[in-house]
Design a protein around this ligand. Structure first.
Ligand code: 3HC
Length: 697
C-alpha cells in the first residue's frame, strides 16, 4: 500500500461493519491507487474476519465518476478494473455500495459488482463511455442486461445518458433509495444487510433474458445515425453475448473495449472532453466576475430572442429592447416559441415556462436599460449602427454595467472607442439558435478589464455554454477560419466537382451537413453580402470565390428560405438544383476552366488543409490562446465531427511535415491562397505537434 493508496481508500470498522471510503477528488475516478486500495480493502476484510458486511461509499461531491480518463493511452497498471470487480463480486462477505452524485461508467460498474445498491435521492447513474469512444469495459454490458434487461442496457450504453436514481429503481439497477450523508447511509444499509432487511445477491448468478428484436432495432439505428462510429456497434455486440456465461461475456466486452481504446476516435473524443474544460483556463480566470442579476438584450430578431431565451432559461431576468412595438411583439413571440420548444424537449416544465416568461420585460427604447448589469447588443452587423447604440448605452447604463456586442466579426475595440468605458466593453458572440448552441466566443478587446472577461466566462457557465476566449480580428476564431476554408468548396466546384459531391465527401468524413447544404440553410445572401463588403479589399491576385454563388443569389435563390439554392426544397424532400449545374457550366466556360475530376479523398484533404492553415494562423496571431480553443470552437459551433477532435487535433493525425508538403503542392495551382503558415513550417522543422503546443500553453 503506498501513501496515495492510504489516502484514496480507507477502511473503518464499526462493529460487524467494514465501511470502505473512497476519497480521490475531484470526482473519485478509479485511478490506479484507488483500484489498488479497493483490492487491498476487500481482500484484507475477507481475510481478517473482523467484519460481516462491507459498505463502500465515496467522500466528496460524488460517488465514482468512472475510470480515470487520464490513464487511457498509457501502459495499463494492475489491477485491471474488470479483475478487481470480479473479486468484489466473489467476495464471501456481502458488499453493498452507496451511490451519491453521479455514479458513471466504471463507478456504476463497481456498484453492479456489489451485492446490493443503495442510492441517495437526486443522484444519477449512467454509462457514458460511448461519448468518449468506448463501451463499458468492466462489466456494464454484461451486468446491466442481467438486472434490467437488454433494452435498458442498449438505451444506457448507446445514449450515455444520466438516469435519475428514481428511474433506476424502477429499472432494477438500484435496490433502494435513501437520504442523508453517504457514510450514514452506508452504515444504515450495512445494518440492514446484517438484519436481513436488505437482500444481497450476485448479479453474475442472474440470467439475461434474450431480446433479438431489440438488438436488431439498435443495430439498424446505429447503422443509420452513427455510421462512422466504432464504439456504438461494439456496445451492441457485447450486450448481445450477455445471455451466455458472465466470464465469456466479460472477455468479449474487454476485447472490444481494448480495440476501441486504440482507435483515433477515442483519442478525438477524449481530446474534446478535456478541451471543453481546458478552454476555461484563461489569463483572467483568477479575476472576480461581476454580479449579473439582470440582462438587457437589444434586438428581438432570431439572435436577440435566442440570447434572451438562453438568459431566461438560466434564471436571469431580461429586458428586451426593440425599436417598434411591432418588432418587440415579434421578439416576445419568438422567445415564447423557444420556451415552448424547451417544454417539448423536456428541458423545462410547463409551470416553469410561465414563471420563466414572467422574468421578461419587453421595452421600446434603450432608456429601459439604465439599471441592468449587462447589456448584449444583437442588432444587424453595421459598424455605424453599433457605434450609435454603444454611444447611447454609455450615457444610459449605470456605472459598472457591462456592454457586450454579439457581433460575429466587427472590431470590438472600435465599438468600445465610442464609449467612455472601454474596459467594460466585450464581445459575446453567440451561435444560432442561441438558446440551443452551446458555444460562446468571448471576444476580449485591448482595453477589456479582466473581471469583465471573467464575467463572460461565468455567464457562459450559468447558461450551460462553453466559453472560448478570442482576440479581436475580422471574424474572431470561428468566422475568420470559415471565411478562408469556405473558398475551397467554391474553388473545387469551379474546377470540376459538383456541390453534391463536395457535400457528400464531407458528410462521409463526419460533418453533419456539407458546406452547400449549410449555405442553403443559413441563407446564401449572408455570404453574398460578405463578399460585397470585402470586395474593395480583395487582393488583386486572389481567386474570386463567388462566381457561382453570386449568380445563384442574383436569381433571388437564397437557399431553404426561398425554396431553392444549391438544392431545391419541396416539403421534406431536397434534390440538386439543375439550374445551378447550368450556372456552374457557364461560369467554368467564362473562366476558361476545363473541369477535372476529384476523388472524395482529394476533396476532404483540400478542404481540411485549408481549415488547418487558417486555424494555425489564428493560433500564431494569438487570436486563439491554444490550438485546443480552435478545436472546441469548431466542434461546438461549426459541426466538425466530434470524434475527429477538431481541426488541429485532426492536423496532428496528418503531421505538420505532410501538411506543409500538401500546401506546397496545392500552391503550384494557386500560390496566393495556398501559403504555408510560419507556425506550421516551424512545427514541421522541429517535429512538434499542436498537442505539444497545448501542453506548453
Ligand atoms: N477521469 C479523470 N478526470 C475526470 C473524470 C474521469 N473519469 N471525470 C471528470 N474528471 C475531471 C475533469 O476533467 C475536471 O478536471 P479539471 O477540474 O482539471 O478541469 C474535474 O474532474 C471536474 O469535472 P467537471 O468539470 O466535468 O465537473 P462537473 O461537476 O461539471 O461534472 C461529471 C462531473 C459529471 C463527473 C463529469 O466530469 C463527467 O461526465 N465525467 C466523465 C464521466 C465519464 O465519462 N465516465 C466514464 C469514464 S470511462 C470508464 O469508466 C470506462 C469503464 O467502463 C472501464
Amino acid at each position: 500500500m503506498n501513501d496515495q493508496t492510504k489516502q484514496s481508500v480507507t477502511t473503518e470498522i464499526v462493529g460487524d461493519i467494514a465501511l470502505v471510503a473512497i476519497d480521490n477528488p475531484p470526482v473519485n475516478a478509479l485511478s490506479v491507487h484507488v483500484r489498488q486500495g479497493l483490492q487491498n480493502a476487500v481482500a484484507t476484510i475477507n481475510a481478517g474476519g473482523a467484519a460481516k458486511v462491507i459498505a463502500i461509499y465515496a467522500k466528496g461531491r460524488t460517488f465514482i465518476a468512472g475510470a480515470d480518463i487520464t490513464e487511457f493511452g498509457k501502459p495499463p497498471m494492475p489491477p485491471a478494473l474488470p479483475d478487481l470487480l470480479n473479486e468484489v463480486e466473489q467476495s464471501a462477505i456481502p458488499v453493498v455500495c452507496v451511490l451519491h452524485g453521479t455514479a458513471l461508467g466504471g463507478g456504476l460498474e463497481t456498484a453492479l459488482a456489489a451485492h446490493a445498491r443503495v442510492a441517495i435521492k437526486g443522484s444519477r447513474i449512467g454509462l457514458p463511455e460511448v461519448l468518449i469512444g468506448l463501451l463499458p469495459g468492466a462489466g456494464g454490458t454484461q451486468r446491466v442486461p442481467r438486472l434490467a434487461g437488454i433494452p435498458v442496457a442498449l438505451d444506457m450504453c448507446l445514449s450515455g445518458r444520466q438516469v435519475k436514481v428514481e428511474e433506476a429503481l424502477t429499472m432494477g439497477l438500484v435496490d433502494r433509495l435513501d437520504e442523508g450523508d453517504p457514510r450514514d447511509v452506508a452504515l444504515r444499509a450495512a445494518q440492514d444487510v446484517l438484519n436481513g432487511a436488505l437482500e444481497t445477491r450476485r448479479v453474475c448468478d442472474i440470467e439475461t433474458v434474450a431480446d433479438d428484436e431489440a438488438l436488431d432495432a439498435a443495430r439498424a439505428m446505429v447503422a443509420k445515425k452513427h455510421p462512422n462510429l466504432v464504439s456504438p456497434q461494439a456496445c451492441i455486440e457485447a450486450i448481445a453475448v450477455s445471455t451466455g456465461p458472465l466470464l465469456d461475456g466479460l472477455k468479449v466486452e474487454r476485447k472490444a473495449f481494448m480495440d476501441c481504446l486504440n482507435t483515433p476516435q477515442r483519442a478525438g473524443l477524449i481530446h474534446a472532453f478535456f478541451g471543453e474544460r481546458a478552454v476555461a483556463n484563461v489569463p483572467e480566470k483568477s479575476a472576480t466576475p461581476r454580479d449579473v442579476a439582470s440582462i438587457g438584450v437589444i434586438g428581438g430578431g432570431t439572435m436577440g430572442s435566442g440570447i434572451a431565451t438562453s438568459a431566461l432559461l438560466a434564471g436571469i431576468p431580461v429586458t428586451l429592447v426593440e425599436v417598434t412595438d411591432e418588432a418587440l411583439q415579434r421578439g416576445v413571440a419568438t422567445i415564447t416559441g423557444n420556451l415552448d420548444g424547451a417544454v417539448k424537449r423536456g428541458k423545462l416544465s410547463a409551470e416553469k415556462r410561465d414563471a420563466t416568461l414572467a422574468k421578461l420585460t419587453p421595452a421600446t427604447g434603450l432608456e429601459a436599460l439604465g439599471d441592468v448589469d449587462l447589456v448584449i447588443e444583437a442588432v444587424f452587423e453595421q459598424m455605424d449602427v453599433k457605434k450609435e447604440i454603444f454611444g447611447k448605452l454609455d450615457t444610459i447604463c449605470k456605472p459598472g454595467a457591462i456592454l457586450a456586442s454579439n457581433t460575429s466579426y466587427l472590431d470590438i475595440d472600435e465599438i468600445a472607442s465610442v464609449t467612455s468605458r472601454p474596459a467594460d466593453v466585450i464581445g459575446l458572440h453567440f451561435f444560432s439558435p442561441a438558446h440551443i448552441m452551446r458555444l460562446l466566443e468571448i471576444v476580449v478587446g485591448d482595453k477589456t478589464a479582466p473581471e469583465v472577461t471573467a464575467t463572460g466566462f461565468a455567464l457562459a457557465k450559468r447558461m450551460g455554454k462553453v466559453g472560448v476566449r478570442a482576440g479581436v480580428c475580422d471574424g474572431f476564431i470561428g468566422n475568420r477560419i470559415l471565411a478562408h476554408y469556405a473558398k475551397t468548396a467554391a474553388y473545387l466546384v469551379m474546377d470540376g466537382a459538383t456541390p453534391q459531391q463536395v457535400d457528400q465527401a464531407l458528410e462521409d468524413f463526419g460533418f453533419a451537413m456539407g458546406p452547400h447544404k449549410v449555405g442553403d440553410l443559413a441563407g446564401l445572401d449572408i455570404g453574398w453580402m460578405t463578399r460585397k463588403r470585402k470586395a474593395a479589399d480583395m487582393p488583386s491576385n486572389e481567386r474570386y470565390a463567388g462566381d457561382v454563388a453570386d449568380r445563384i443569389c442574383e436569381n433571388g435563390w437564397f437557399g431553404r428560405k426561398t425554396g431553392q439554392g444549391y438544392y431545391i426544397y419541396e416539403g421534406r424532400d431536397m434534390r440538386p438544383n439543375p439550374e445551378v449545374a447550368k450556372i456552374i457550366e457557364s461560369e467554368r466556360q467564362k473562366a476558361g476552366i476545363t473541369p477535372r475530376s476529384f476523388t472524395d479523398q482529394e476533396i476532404v484533404d483540400r478542404y481540411l488543409t485549408a481549415m488547418i492553415v487558417e486555424s494555425a494562423r489564428v493560433v500564431e496571431d494569438g487570436i486563439a490562446l491554444r490550438p485546443l480553443d480552435v478545436d472546441i470552437v469548431f466542434l461546438m459551433g461549426y459541426g466538425f465531427p466530434r470524434f475527429r477532435g477538431g481541426p488541429l487535433h485532426y492536423a496532428d493525425t496528418i503531421g505538420a511535415a505532410e501538411l506543409v508538403r500538401r500546401i506546397e503542392e496545392y500552391a503550384k495551382e494557386d500560390p496566393h491562397y495556398w501559403q504555408v503558415p510560419d507556425l506550421l513550417r516551424d512545427m514541421a522543422r522541429d517535429g512538434r505537434s499542436f498537442a505539444d503546443i497545448n501542453k506548453e500553453a
